[in-house]
Structure formats: C-alpha cells, structure tokens
Write a protein that binds this ligand. Structure first.
Ligand code: NAD
Length: 448
C-alpha cells in the first residue's frame, strides 16, 4: 500500500518506518526542513531504541522516503495519515492548527479518493472538523472527490515505540462511513500487526477520539493517586514501596503505573489531562478527578524541591547539585515537561548551580537552555558529582541503578542523595553512610 504520513516526530516517524518495514511504500512529510534534511542524510533526529537501524534499512530498500513537499505528499498515498503535534493552546485545550493545516493541504491538492487517518491525539469532534475543512476546500475548488476520515489514536510509548507499534495491545479505529471501504483499508494496513489474534477494535469516531484521552487520563490518575498515598505514607511512617507491592498484587489493581515519584511529564500526559479537563469545562462540567490528578502531579515536584530546601535550611545560594536524569522518562531524549526541568529552574531561582548528566538528554538540554554559568553539562555521571553538595535523581535510567556508592561518597561534598524515583533501598543507603531522601518511604528512612 502507498501511505503518506504528515508529521515526522515521535509518532509519525515510528508509524511510517514500521509500516515500511512490513512492505508498504511510505512517504513521510514534515514542514520542518531541518528534520527532513537530517532524515534524508540518514540521521534520525530523535532517540528511540531500534529506530535508526530500521529507518536505514527501509530507506535503502526504497520503501521509506522523506519530503517537505506537501503536494507530493497528498498525491502519493491513498491513505493520508495525520501525525502532527497537538500542543496545548493558551487555555489548555488542544491546539488544532497543525491538524487543520494538513486537512486544508489535502483538500487543496487531492485529485482522487483519499482515506484520511487521524493519529494525532485530538478532542472529540475533530474528525468532523477535518471532514468539513477538506469539503470546504474542495467546494472552493469546485471539485468533488470522495474521501473518508477515520480516527486511529496511537498508544505507543516513547522508549518502546517500535515494539508497541509492531505488537500492539489494541488497534482502535473510529469509523463512520456509509460504505465498508475505509474499514477494509484499515484492516489491510494493520493486518501484519494483527496476526496473533484480532486486536482491531472498531467503534464510532467520537468514542475512538475519547478513548485516547481516557487511556492517558487513567494512567496519569494511577500515578497521581500513588503519589498522594506516598505523601500520606511519609507522614504516617509507612513505606510506600511496601504498600505498592501490597496493592499491586491484587490483579484488579496490578503493578503497572503505580510507582511513586516526582510525577509524570512528557509530551502526552500533561497536555492530554489538561485538554480533557478543558473539554469537560467547556461542557459546563467540573472534572474533579482530572483537576486533582493535575494538581497532585505538580505539587509532587514542589514537595520534592522543598525536601532539598529544608535539608539545606532554606539556603541554596551558591550551592552545587549533581543532577542525574533529565529526560521525562528513561530510553528517550524527550524533555517536554520533564520534572527535571522544574527542578533545575527552581534550583537556579534559588541561586544554585546544577551539574547534569543524562544518557540521551544532553543535546536537548543544551538546545533548551543554551550556555549558562549555572548549568554544567557533564559527559559522565561521575563528573557531575564533583564537589557537589548533594546528588539528585530525576529519571530512573538503568545506568543509575547500581552505581559505585563509595565513589559517589568520595566525590560529593556531602553524602546526601535526593532520589525522586525511589531506585535505592533506604536502609542500605543509611548503612553506606548517606543521608537519603526518597518519596513516601516514611520510617524506613529512619530505622536501620
Ligand atoms: P512531534 O512534535 O514529535 O512531531 C510532530 C511533527 O509534526 C513535527 O515534526 C512538526 O514539524 C510536524 N508538523 C507540524 N505541522 C505539520 C504540517 N502541516 N505538515 C507536516 N508536518 C507538520 O509530536 P509527536 O510526539 O509525534 O506527537 C504527534 C501526535 O501524536 C500528538 O497529537 C501527540 O499527542 C500524539 N501522540 C504522541 C505520543 C508520544 O509518545 N509522543 C504517543 C501517542 C500519541
């Protein structure tokens, strides 16, 4: 099949590459000329495990191409996939300008049937807006080509995106067409990923659009719930890690997404919770759970910062901190709304310097913050420790899990660790001579 993908970011590039890998001909279109130039030179501009090799393989096989030429894009595929960004607007709702730009482009240049497949995360009703936009442009042109719009929300996780795309838990398709052709096309497109058992779930478009938001909001809710219980655990002298194991073993609750920490970040959960909240508010509803989920998430970052402040008696002026982990989670270079950014910015506001290390986030950190005297980019975790007042852990990269604690002690000015991801055992840390702060670990921090 010939497929055009608009948007070559985390979702578009993974989708296009995986579709090419099973034999389709794919043209990825992006308005970012720099990104397309890099991709044409064989450089993958994002870090996603396994992606670079897969891109190279499919480009060499001639199945995967890149362009900034939107006209070429519209003419190329019968399937036109929209995978552009939907960032938050000023009021928190999803900004649909990029989605509607693509819809307009399709309307302006199509000269045969097109199946428009929306993969971007968009509020309920967007497929209908896309349909009207395309029809309006066709009417202006005085032409009448057939087209359908389907919703195909994406559930991939950054850091495991290829696996998620290749072996999806479910493939949700929202379809409202008078004929069966859109469903047939979608079944054919997804058949290579649907062999083990039928994972394709078809539903009406509005339900498909809401499914994506509901899924992310549910996951964010689990995290914030656990963080709230962690705060209670800390005050009552209980250990949240033991509570986690105690509740996770109930299959109705499960172990996924109940890790306490300094909150969720990234390009999806924060903006999707916000956008869903906004949708509810626009309908005159009060989305109490979503409001609490969001508030707890940001409070979690401040509570963690307050621990640092309290330890240093509210005087961080002139202090130096080693910060391990910058990306919003491991195995990605994505820094969008990463908790590390809130921490760094708070530390700077209070006159501290940060010495940072992240396995994949250094270039992005440099791009976001530029050169500044209070930000020292280090090429190794150990370098970041040099003469620092304490070590702060903001992302649970595997490389931080079993470090040389003796070396950490030697290199830090004070043996103090603020662990925002609960990756070490409090009792062991105490035995090693560290002052160790974690999330929700109550009395286990005091007793040895
Ligand atoms: P991204 O910012 O990484 O990529 C979006 C790309 O679209 C950019 O490269 C941008 O230049 C391009 N673009 C903008 N306007 C364009 C146009 N008119 N024509 C062609 N390209 C255009 O975004 P992303 O993380 O890939 O997310 C895309 C969508 O998928 C969002 O709605 C997001 O919520 C959703 N989503 C993301 C993830 C994730 O893990 N990142 C997972 C599921 C769903």
């Amino acid at each position: 099949m010939r497929v055009t993908i608009f948007g070559s970011g985390y979702v578009g590039l993974v989708t296009g590459t995986c579709l090419a890998d099973v034999g389709n001909d794919v043209l990825c279109v992006d308005v970012d000329a720099r990104k397309i130039e890099l991709l044409k030179q064989g450089v993958v501009p994002i870090h996603e495990p396994g992606l670079a090799e897969m891109v190279t393989r499919n480009v060499e096989a001639g199945r995967l191409q890149f362009t900034t030429d939107t006209v070429l894009g519209v003419n190329y595929g019968e399937i036109q996939c929209i995978a552009v960004g939907t960032p938050p607007d000023e009021d928190g709702s999803a900004d649909l300008q990029y989605v509607l730009q693509v819809a307009t482009t399709i309307g302006q240049h199509m000269d045969s049937y097109k199946l428009i497949m929306d993969k971007s995360t968009v509020p309920v009703g967007t497929a209908s807006t896309v349909r009207h936009t395309v029809q309006q442009v066709l009417d202006q042109r005085g032409v009448n080509y057939q087209f359908d719009v389907v919703s195909n929300p994406e559930f991939l996780k950054e850091g495991a995106a290829i696996d998620d795309f290749m072996k999806p838990d479910r493939i949700v398709i929202g379809i409202e067409a008078e004929h069966s052709y859109p469903e047939e096309l979608m079944r054919e497109l997804y058949s290579p990923f649907n062999r083990n058992h039928d994972k394709l779930i078809t539903m009406d478009i509005r339900s498909a659009e809401l499914t994506k938001y509901a899924a992310n909001a549910m996951l964010a809710t689990k995290i914030s719930f656990m963080n709230e219980i962690a705060t209670i655990a800390e005050r009552v002298g209980a250990d949240i890690e033991q509570v986690r194991i105690g509740i996770g073993s109930d299959p109705r609750i499960g172990f996924h997404f109940i890790y306490p920490g300094i909150g969720y970040g990234g390009s999806c959960f924060p903006k999707d919770v916000q956008a869903l909240k906004r949708t509810a508010q626009q309908l005159g509803l009060t989305p109490k759970v979503l409001e609490a989920v969001e508030a707890i998430n940001y409070q979690q970052r401040s509570l963690f910062f307050e621990k640092i402040q309290q330890h240093f008696e509210n005087n961080l002026q002139g202090r130096r901190f080693a910060l391990w982990g910058l990306t919003f989670k491991p195995n990605t270079d994505d820094m969008r709304d990463a908790p590390s950014r809130t921490l760094m910015e708070l530390l700077w506001q209070h006159g501290a310097t940060v010495q940072v290390y992240d396995p994949k986030g250094m270039a992005e950190t440099k791009r976001i913050y530029g050169e500044r005297a209070d930000l020292i980019l280090c090429d190794k975790p150990e370098t970041a420790l040099h003469a620092a007042d304490a070590l702060i852990i903001a992302t649970e990269w595997r490389v931080f899990r079993s470090p040389n604690f003796n070396l950490i002690k030697e290199m830090l000015k004070n043996p103090v660790i603020f662990d925002g991801r609960n990756i070490y055992e409090p009792q062991r840390m105490k035995k090693l001579g560290f002052t160790y702060y974690a999330i929700g670990r109550g009395d286990s921090l005091q007793t040895v």
